[in-house]
Design a protein around this ligand. Structure first.
Ligand code: COA
Length: 385
């Protein structure tokens, strides 16, 4: 198997981007990544694109060919990957497999979503297509509702407090302040989170990731090509993917993300690492409770102890294991198909020492964790410099 390097990264600003079309987003992120890598169109063997729902958000399907076309990259083969909010993470995995297998020397992996062109109600209806239609969506369930139930159960089983959930938002907003591409670059306090508008008990507005436009892109290459093009390659040494039940009620334990546990075990084994080796992580915090499930499932702390671990500052920059230095989905924003790729962009910045005011000193090993739905899919990657 070839070693797989990240040799270029690119990102758009995340937010409500009225002046950007869907095509503008991926062309901007893709051009930035290609320039960063110093490659040419003719070097690209294939394109993989994470996109959850172009059809419902912007009335556009046939996304992969559209991207190759608008990026001026025809006739390069292009493939779209859909796995709900994990579309980007699974696209990264497809790119890794293409390079590792020897099929291609250089591939481009992108993720893009334009969510703000339709009403919030329609966004919520679109997102919930990733839940079980017969048993969840049909009965009126939404993702804030599903994660609200997980949060209540976590509080019941483990004594997690409302304040501990809020601490996730406080930390991630603080990190986003130092991220120029983040959607929300302002501080919040525990009191502010608790008193913001109720969305789905116990989760308030400030416990939720927002509705976001944005795109992210990376260029992957073999070690040989990486040496040719790049002074500071970062290697993807572990890749894991797993599934769990789509419907929450079918799970043995709804407070534990089995897909996260299984995907991370696969990635740790492949990289020969343990949770203690990770210096910095981007984890899927679509709601504050989701970050607790993530850090527990990834093995950074014991199952049920995520609230305490967060409250003690262990996941802050300067703590035991900094999580979501970018601001996370919560404050950087969550353009669903782009998120898994954007996580790899942030970890690449961290391992190259280019994360500016949010840099984790001496970071050598990083991890990304991307979830689809309420945990039906998880993708984990381990990166090393
Ligand atoms: N965090 C912080 N502030 C937010 C926010 C969030 N998640 N969402 C919106 N805001 C802010 C807006 O910037 C706006 O501020 P302003 O008045 O100063 O301009 C204000 O709150 C109202 O925004 P609005 O766009 O009207 O919010 P909304 O009611 O349409 O949407 C949610 C709020 C929580 C319903 C929506 O963000 C949501 O559904 N989030 C979850 C997305 C999701 O499920 N993703 C998939 C996860 S699996």
């Amino acid at each position: 198997m070839n070693r797989v390097a990240v040799i270029g990264v690119g990102l758009t600003k995340f937010g409500e981007l009225w002046d950007h079309s869907f095509s503008d987003l991926f062309v901007e992120a893709g051009s930035a990544a290609i320039i960063d890598a110093g490659i040419d169109g003719k070097d690209i063997g294939s394109i993989y694109v994470g996109n959850m729902s172009g059809g419902r958000f912007v009335n556009q399907e046939h996304i992969a060919s559209l991207i190759a076309d608008h990026a001026g990259l025809n006739p390069v083969p292009a493939t779209r990957i859909e796995a709900a909010c994990a579309s980007g993470g699974i696209a990264v995995r497809q790119g890794v497999m293409a390079v590792a297998s020897g099929m291609h020397d250089v591939v481009v992996v992108g993720g893009a979503e334009k969510m703000t062109d339709i009403t919030t109600e329609k966004v919520i209806q679109t997102l919930v297509t990733a839940a079980d239609q017969e048993w969840e969506a049909f009965l009126g369930m939404t993702f804030p509702g599903l994660y609200g139930m997980i949060a209540r159960r976590h509080m019941h089983e483990f004594g997690t407090t409302r304040e501990q959930l809020a601490e996730v938002a406080v930390k991630n907003h603080a990190n986003a302040k130092n991220n120029p591409t983040a959607q929300f670059r302002f501080d919040v306090t525990v009191e502010k989170v608790l008193n913001s508008t109720m969305v789905a008990d116990p989760l308030t507005l400030l416990d939720c990731s927002p509705i976001t436009d944005g795109a992210a892109c990376i260029v992957l290459a073999t070690e040989e090509k990486a040496r040719e093009f790049c002074d500071s390659p970062v290697y993807i040494t572990g890749a894991g993917q797993s599934t769990s039940t789509i419907a929450l009620h079918d799970r043995e334990r709804m407070t534990v993300s089995d897909a996260t546990i299984n995907a991370s075990k696969m990635a740790y084994k492949m990289a020969g690492k343990t949770p203690g080796d990770i210096d910095v992580a981007e984890a899927h915090d679509c709601f504050t409770i989701a970050e607790l499930l993530a850090i527990e499932g990834l093995g950074f702390c014991d199952i049920g102890s995520g609230g305490r671990f967060t409250e003690e500052g262990c996941t802050a920059i300067g703590g035991e294991i900094p999580v979501n230095t970018s601001g996370g989905l919560k404050a950087k924003g969550h353009p669903v198909g782009a998120t898994g790729v954007a996580q790899v962009v942030e970890i690449t910045y961290q391992l190259r020492g280019e994360a500016g005011m949010r840099q984790v000193d001496g970071a050598e090993v990083g991890l990304t964790h991307n979830v689809g739905g309420s945990g039906g899919t998880a993708a984990v990657h381990i990166l090393e410099r």
